[in-house]
Design a protein around this ligand. Structure first.
Ligand code: GLU
Length: 423
């Protein structure tokens, strides 16, 4: 089944569970707007290459469209539709005044020079310029995009006459261009706050918790760092080139692992050219094998479709913390539910990023900037209340955290749609 197809399957299940009006489910089964465009770029060798770009604006009943832009060789419209739908659910679970969207460009960013990467980023903004804006659609970073890329994008947007000063159009920007302190670590930190809530409710000692993190991008690294600083044992880490597991059970320091990744320098001034695999003293293995190693918490922080009906039975963790979007297929979800494995769904576990994007947007709109601690504390408070809303439905309905999160979101979105006239 397509990624979007399985996303909608969960929507339908949750709709039934919470007795949501079938017409609301019908509305939410369709994205409002799908954009696909061609981005011709003159490459460094003088030849023109055409890249495919996408933006899906899923639903805006609760506020402007909101969601990241990913750069990936496998990016495609089906994936972007699913991701845009999940953003709609995520913003509603988090209780922030946004709808949902997502964008992407099909490219292998590590094969582009800095100039080519900048050109394609700016071309993407020109293609979308009339359909984004601080109160229309507010893009942000996602897989393989970061503050530097948001800087090029916001500059391109603000250089269009009439858009001067409208830096609230993008979030995840560099600090000097109106970015927020705390946004860099926000997704990982938010995942850590949610995990602490889960451990507390399960009466588990965080200091005795062994964690495997799949993926050492922005989200995986920061989550591992927060978990490590709180005394949890990081027994496994990985990146796209492979994984490491600590067979001695002592745990690894994410900063040391990250330093190995950084030693080889940067590609195009944006991407680490090294890999965590260069770290010594650990057993190296494939990403697939790492997911099945002994631990208490497994945190997939890379891409979708990692936990499937093929490997779910071999996963040893009793908590899966979805820091990536869509890492668990519905079949795997059903297997985990049967075995009593708690899956903390992406729409809650990784919402710290978009919550802090919201705080960045608020600071931009009022031109008044807060200290890092204020930002993180506000995000923490929003994450705690999102967690409580989800956990109480989970307990009341005796259902999974994913279904409970969808139920919370659907109530809120359906109410907004009703109040705006029912469509
Ligand atoms: N790309 C992130 C996500 O999937 C953040 C989106 C945002 O900040 O708008 O949640």
């Amino acid at each position: 089944m397509s990624l979007f197809g399985s996303a909608i399957k969960n929507l339908e299940r949750a709709g039934k569970l919470q007795n949501i009006d079938a017409q609301m489910i019908e509305i939410l089964s369709h994205p409002r707007r799908i954009l696909q465009f061609s981005l011709p770029i003159k490459m460094d060798n003088g030849k023109v290459k055409v890249f495919e770009g996408y933006r899906v604006q899923y639903n805006s009943a609760r506020g402007p469209y909101k969601g990241g832009i990913r750069y990936h060789p496998e990016a495609n419209l089906d994936e972007v539709k699913a991701l845009a739908f999940w953003m709609t659910i995520k913003c509603a679970v988090a209780g922030i005044p946004y709808g949902g969207a997502k964008g992407g460009i099909k490219l292998d960013p590590k094969k582009l020079s800095a100039r080519e990467l900048e050109d394609v980023s700016r071309a993407y903004v020109r293609a979308l310029k009339d359909l984004i804006g601080p109160h229309q659609d507010v893009p942000a970073p996602d897989v393989n995009t970061n503050a530097k890329i948001m800087g090029w994008m916001v500059d391109e947007y603000m250089s269009i006459p009439g858009n001067e000063g409208k830096n609230a159009v993008f979030t995840g920007k560099p600090i000097e261009l109106g970015g927020s302190l705390g946004r860099e670590q926000a997704t990982g930190a938010g995942g850590f706050f949610v995990l602490m809530n889960v451990l507390k409710h399960l009466k588990k000692d965080s200091k005795k918790t062994r964690v495997i993190v799949q993926g050492t991008g922005n989200v995986g690294y920061w989550f591992a760092k927060y978990a490590y600083d709180a005394g949890m044992k990081i027994v496994g880490m990985s990146d796209s080139q492979g994984g490491l597991y600590d067979t001695r059970g002592r745990g690894m320091n994410p900063d040391e692992v990250m330093n190995t990744k950084r030693t080889k320098g940067l590609i195009a001034g944006v991407y680490c050219s090294g890999s965590v695999c260069g770290s010594v003293g650990y057993k190296s293995m494939s990403n697939a094998k790492l997911l099945e190693m002994e631990c208490d918490v497994l945190a997939p922080a890379a891409l979708e479709d990692q936990l499937t009906s093929g490997n779910a039975a071999r996963v040893k963790a009793n908590i899966v913390l979805e820091l990536a979007n869509g890492p668990t297929t519905p079949d795997a979800d059903a297997k985990f539910e049967k075995r009593g494995v708690i899956v903390v769904p992406d729409v809650l576990a990784n919402a710290g990023g978009v919550v802090t994007s919201y705080l960045e947007w608020v600071q931009n709109l009022q031109s008044f900037y807060w200290e890092e601690k204020v930002v993180i504390d506000r995000m923490h408070a929003l994450m705690d209340s999102a967690f409580s809303a989800v956990w109480s439905i989970k307990e009341k309905k005796k259902t999974s955290m994913r279904m409970a999160a969808y139920a919370v979101a659907l109530e809120r979105i359906a109410e907004a749609i009703r109040l705006r006239g029912g469509v």
